[in-house]
Ligand binder design. Structure first.
Ligand SMILES: [Zn+2]
Ligand SMILES: [Zn+2]
Length: 378
């Protein structure tokens, strides 16, 4: 007794198949042909059916479909079941995983990496750190502090880094855009493929700003370390950039207020997208109060809105929108009456961002004052 059909001639196999599909007893057939197989598995030993009008693009062989069991013999056949008997290629499947397709995919990847290498290896004019604006120096310091690689040259991708670079996404986008636009950082030709949109017609010219690796496009002095000391532990803050410094302090402070507002609103399930008015409101309140005091103002306003929503039945949207106005009015009253507002602490769920830490500790050297004092010239 054989476990396959190798002992039969092709004519015998053909006859066996005809008799099987005609409905003859399978146990009788297996006995007669000397095959040792479970009756229900006999059809699996049959050679697949070849379709001469479908040819494997790699092997030039006709594609085949496995034989059905006799109960399935009248069902329609589908192109997706066609495969190459030599390499296993399945041209009608969305993602064929045969050796040839894998090889083709690898070649395509190599080609794409070469394109990236080509486009991003073009020489760029490096910029002088000393010529950067105050803000860009700070942005660069923050990003280097958080994501500079050991080689003191490349900036690791922000994606998957778990770094808290800025209090808000909007400020992070501004930081990156500003550094890219001023060519302080440039896309590294060593960036990984997933940092680019491979389906884009413009490939590889469009890239995901948080997924690419950057390199520092700076003029490096003979002693590279000196430049990094100035970037990471700077001494460039002076009275000449005092005005820019307050503006940046305020920008970080507004972002920290918005971050806290968003956090408190999320906790009570109020949906809210901060717009121009929200920014402007915090910008004004920060003339008189510190972020730590505004934390208190926000906390109270959200608690009141939540109470209104629960007790008076106003809509969630209305309640959320009332928060900013409440913050504004409360801050006005506190100012006019000279109230000494409570200082709130930072909270565990909102760790201080790298930008904030770097700016207050390293650039201005004022530490916690950045949080506890309204933005002012130091
Ligand atoms: Zn093939
Ligand atoms: Zn394939």
């Amino acid at each position: 007794m054989e476990k396959n059909l190798d002992h039969l001639t092709s004519e015998e196999v053909e006859t066996l198949m005809q008799r099987y599909y005609a409905g003859e007893s399978v146990s009788k057939l297996t006995k007669e042909y000397g095959i040792s197989v479970r009756s229900s598995d006999l059809y699996k030993l049959f050679p697949p059916e070849a379709f001469a009008n479908y040819i494997c693009e790699y092997c030039d062989e006709p594609l085949v479909i496995n034989r059905p069991s006799k109960t399935m013999k009248n069902l329609p056949k589908y192109e997706r079941d066609l495969y190459c008997p030599v390499c296993g290629h399945k041209p009608f499947q969305t993602h064929c995983n045969c050796e040839n397709c894998q090889e083709e995919e690898r070649n395509l990847q190599m080609e794409r990496l070469q394109q990236i290498e080509e486009v991003y290896s073009k020489p760029q004019t490096p910029v002088d750190f000393a010529s950067l604006s105050f803000e860009n120096k700070v942005f660069l310091g923050a990003i280097c502090r958080a994501l500079l690689k050991e080689n003191l040259y490349e900036i690791a991708p922000f994606s998957n880094s778990e770094v808290i670079l800025t209090p808000t996404d909007i400020l992070r986008k501004k930081l990156y855009s500003s550094l890219i636009h001023n060519q302080v950082i440039a896309v590294s030709p060593q960036s990984t493929l997933d940092a680019f949109d491979i389906d884009s017609e413009d490939f590889p010219n469009t890239f995901y700003i948080y997924r690419v690796t950057y390199f520092l496009n700076l003029i490096f002095p003979a002693n590279k370390k000196d430049l990094f000391t100035e970037i990471l532990d700077p001494s460039y803050y002076c009275t000449e950039n005092a005005d820019e410094a307050v503006i940046l302090w305020k920008e970080i402070a507004v972002a920290e207020c918005i971050e806290y507002l968003q956090y408190q609103l999320d906790k009570v399930n109020f949906e809210f997208t901060p717009g121009e008015k929200t920014y402007k409101t915090f910008d004004i309140i920060l003339n008189d109060f510190s972020v730590s005091q505004i934390y208190g103002i926000i906390w109270r306003a959200v608690a009141d809105a939540s109470k209104l929503y629960l007790e008076k039945g106003i809509s969630k949207k209305h309640a959320a929108n009332s928060v900013i106005g409440a913050c504004e009015r409360y801050a006005e009253r506190a100012k006019i009456n000279g109230w000494d507002l409570t200082q709130y602490n930072r909270i565990k769920d909102l760790p201080q961002s790298e930008l904030s830490l770097f700016y207050f500790n390293r650039v201005l050297g004022i530490g916690e004052m950045g949080f506890r004092v309204p933005p002012t010239i130091v």
